[in-house]
Design a protein around this ligand. Structure first.
Ligand code: GDP
Ligand code: IMO
Ligand code: MG
Length: 423
């Protein structure tokens, strides 16, 4: 068997959580491969809404095994809060959730360092989620990290050494902070974590594949936030792209199967950084209002704009996307005209490839299509799609060279339509 990968093609919040939940019944195992509690994956079903940060979105569908892979960074305090809330709402996790011993721990001082580095950057700040993601991955790469497996071996000494190093850096930055509460909650999180299965997830995942079990790998963030291919330095600190599933789970490239690429029918971004198709007018406000575009982790207003096919084509290429999934189609239900950026104008010249730098001087060139002006939220099958909506889908498929297999018309699990079911 192979590992199918599901990931975001834009700047995050495409609706990954919702679709992982929808697809989970087709799989035996769901595994997260990167990121941490900077993620906020929202699921809605049976009148309930859940926001997951570190726990994979396959946790609500029966007794499927869910794995937090080695590429993930884990904050025990936030994990405890998230897991306890799920258990309290009738979703027991302990037997089903396995955590890689090689996943790195986000220390309380990592969170403080995140804030300190952002403060030091002033106007150039990234606008991080403040969850300590960058400093934790920095320690991983500089070989100073503390891992989940360390909880069981010489933990006090390893934690103490890392904390002392962080405190020295914070002193050099003249950054004032109070660790007491954060550290207390964190230590409680460490104790709580010990009830879970710490596993060698690379062995586990590969054994599942050998035994003919199917695995869905869930991405966090989006391709345009990838540390290598995103809009650097306004990115997160992990590889959000398909290759990240190989390193973040210990799966060989030839074991990757389908690559599901998710995008919104328009585009959003939260935090700082370039966004060529961003709208600053009432159209952008309308997208924000109708799409409820406020961050699920930080509550920040998401910046909104038209779909950017130059960036999307790049994402499709980098990830080797085999199937596209379009989300939040319903948000555009009342628009007279839909615009799609098909090229950038840079220094007076039109280009259709994603350039090295999009920070300045990139002007979007738009194609315009008629809106469908139909409420799609109750539709059950593609046979009900309005003609103009089908035309939008066909246009996108031609531009991107990949078929759109799933269309989402609302936040609920049930508002999901699979296309070309004859396959
Ligand atoms: P993720 O981080 O990629 O999992 O996405 P988020 O959960 O952060 O953001 C997506 C938001 O859009 C959530 O509030 C979802 O409930 C909501 N959502 C998902 N699909 C749709 C859809 O098709 N239509 C509408 N209106 N909302 C959707
Ligand atoms: P999901 O999985 C949207 C953004 C932050 C900031 C940058 C770096 O829900 O799609 P970080 O805290 O990672 O160092 O912040 O990345 N960012 C996200 N934006 N959705 C996310 O996750 C994000 N995770 C990080 O806003 O610009
Ligand atoms: Mg999100």
């Amino acid at each position: 068997m192979k590992v199918d990968v599901l990931l975001g093609l834009q700047w995050g919040d495409e609706g990954k959580g919702k679709v992982v939940d929808v697809l989970t019944p087709k799989y035996d195992v769901v595994a997260r491969f990167q990121g941490g509690p900077n993620a906020g994956h929202t699921l809605e079903f049976e009148g309930q809404k859940y926001v997951l940060r570190s726990i994979p979105s396959g946790i609500f569908q029966g007794d499927k095994v869910n794995i937090i892979g080695n590429g993930v960074v884990l904050d025990p305090a936030l994990f405890k809060a998230e897991a306890e809330a799920l258990e309290a709402s009738g979703h027991p996790l302990k037997e089903r959730l396995h955590i890689s011993k090689k996943a790195h721990l986000i220390l309380p001082t990592h969170r403080i360092l995140d804030a300190a580095y952002e403060a030091a950057k002033g106007d150039a700040k990234v606008g991080t989620t403040g969850k300590g993601i960058g400093p934790t991955y920095t320690d991983k790469v500089s070989r100073n990290g503390v891992r989940v497996g360390d909880i069981l071996h010489n933990f006090e000494q390893k934690y103490g050494a890392a904390k002392a190093r962080h405190e020295q850096i914070l002193k050099s930055l003249n950054y004032e902070y109070d660790l007491t509460e954060l550290e207390k909650a964190w230590m409680e999180g460490i104790e709580y974590l010990k009830q879970f299965h710490f596993v060698d997830s690379e062995h586990e995942v590969n054994n599942y594949l050998k035994d003919g079990k199917s695995v869905l790998s869930e991405g966090a963030q989006g391709t345009m936030l990838d540390i290598d291919f995103g809009s650097y330095p306004f990115v997160t600190s992990s590889n959000t792209v398909c290759a990240g599933a190989c390193t973040g789970l210990g799966v060989a490239p030839n074991r990757i199967g389908e690559v599901f690429g998710i995008f919104k029918a328009y585009c959003t971004r939260v935090g700082a950084g370039p966004f060529p198709t961003e709208l600053f007018d009432e159209t952008g406000d309308k997208m924000c209002t109708l799409g409820h575009e406020f961050g699920s982790v930080t509550g920040r207003k998401r910046r909104c704009g038209w779909i950017d096919l130059v960036a999307l084509k790049y994402s499709v290429m980098i990830n080797g996307v085999t199937k596209l999934i379009m989300m939040k189609s319903d948000v555009l239900d009342t628009f007279d005209t839909i615009k799609a950026c098909v090229a950038y104008k840079v220094d007076g010249e039109e280009i259709d490839y994603f350039p090295y730098d999009i920070t300045e001087g990139v002007e979007p060139v738009y194609a315009e299509l008629p809106g469908w002006k139909t409420d799609m939220t109750k539709m059950q099958s593609e046979d009900e799609f309005p003609e103009e909506f089908n035309a939008y889908l066909t246009f996108l498929e031609e531009q991107l060279g990949v078929e759109i297999k799933i269309v989402s018309v609302g936040p609920d699990r049930a508002q999901t339509i699979e296309r070309y079911t004859e396959e």
